[in-house]
Ligand binder design. Sequence first.
Ligand SMILES: *Cc1c(COP(=O)(O)O)cnc(C)c1O
Length: 485
Amino acid sequence: MKTPHDTDRLEEELARLERLSRSLDTTPGERETRTRAVQAYAASYLDAQDSAPAYTRSPDLSAGLLETPISESGAGLDVALDLLDRFVDNEGLNTTSGRFTGYIPGGGVYEAALGDYLAAVSNRYAGVFFASPGAVRMENQLVRWMAGIIGFPDTAGGYLSAGGSLANLTAIVTARDVHGIEAEAVPRAVVYLSDHAHHCVDKALRVAGLGRAVLRRVPVDEAWRMDARALEKAIEDDLAAGLTPWLIVASAGTTNTGSVDPLGAIADVAERHGLWFHVDAAYGGFFVLTETGKERLRGIRRAHSVVMDPHKTLFLPYGTGALIVRDGALIRQSHLSDASYMQDARASDGEWSPAHMSPELTKHFRGLRMWLPLQVHGVAPFRHALDEKLLLARWAWQELGRSDRFEVGPEPDLSVVTFRLKGTDEANRRLLEAVHADGRVFFSSTVIDGRFTLRLAIVSFRSHLEDIELTLRILEELAAAIPPG
Ligand SMILES: *Cc1c(COP(=O)(O)O)cnc(C)c1O
């Protein structure tokens, strides 16, 4: 490159670079064409969902992407959309399908995509209040709404995270600091959780410098809910041994089985012994919108902190979790930090900034993808969809229980149904393999009490009776071909 050394040369060079870089600022005409092309792509994707497979196994297919490398001149939008269609959007898990009941589905309500689009267009800075009072107010309004539905008081605060894992991490860091667990105290600090707690809790403990803390796995009852009496006994034993019990992690419900730990009884224990009571409701939290769910999650209001995943039971696309802490100020004690270059951005004028309540600073304006669907649809259809999932799970559990081929786990607390083909683990593994090879529907498996166990997690807003009927029909059909082993 030439080195401009006088003003004329400098300005000439600037004019040249401006001409060359202007194409980044898409013209209204190009905008319109491109938006239309993307819209048409999205429409054809969504229109195909009624009959699209829930799973397509072709792990090598996407290597085709690499044949169009990132280049100086770019391939153009049409080529890019074609690549997306051929190598990304039609293989692997189809989490937008109503026949996808693997892991914990979510689905992706369309208005959330529109919210993401608008958030990306305006690029409001949702990290600090000064930068976008409206974006921060909106996110805090959503946090307050969630605090309200779980019955937290006005002191509650929290933030919208990228997902449940980060929200659990933030909760654990907050609890760690409130309980003053410094490095030298870690090996004597005891955390209580059941075997069914989500593995992100272990990860969060390690990331939070608590990897050497004592993990006390509390026994569960016959429906895989934490046994509150065993919990109390474990705490008493640990105290007698000179250890420091400080944190209970309950699940509402568990990822494995959807079981909800007895939150009220655990809250009693936590209160009696002065422990931090954290409820991981990443999967089950939004069921409090329903009467049944409210009953099942009774006692959640007594937690110190709660994690909920709008990208699960509020049906948003991936990328939105939430942490809500009963005394919101405590999160800031752990996460408030400052720097000279942030001096203009300190004013908060009554609203807390997400950056002061999380490990993040600059972040996606995620509030808009949650706020827009709630404003467009209202809460009511979300509540009805959640009630529908609870009933679909009960229906599937009853049907599977009636079948000669299958045995079912306990009646679901929420919307996860566990079952097994009568026979060996190997027979169950083969059945799952056959379901995956078929691809019309998808569900996943787990191991419970050492046994290979199948599970349907009925969570997508697109899952209705016909989808679950088809799932059971396919199960019967494929099971008929499996020798009991
Ligand atoms: C999904 C899940 C998590 C992890 O959340 P991500 O959003 O996947 O990071 C944690 N706990 C429970 C109970 C979950 O179901």
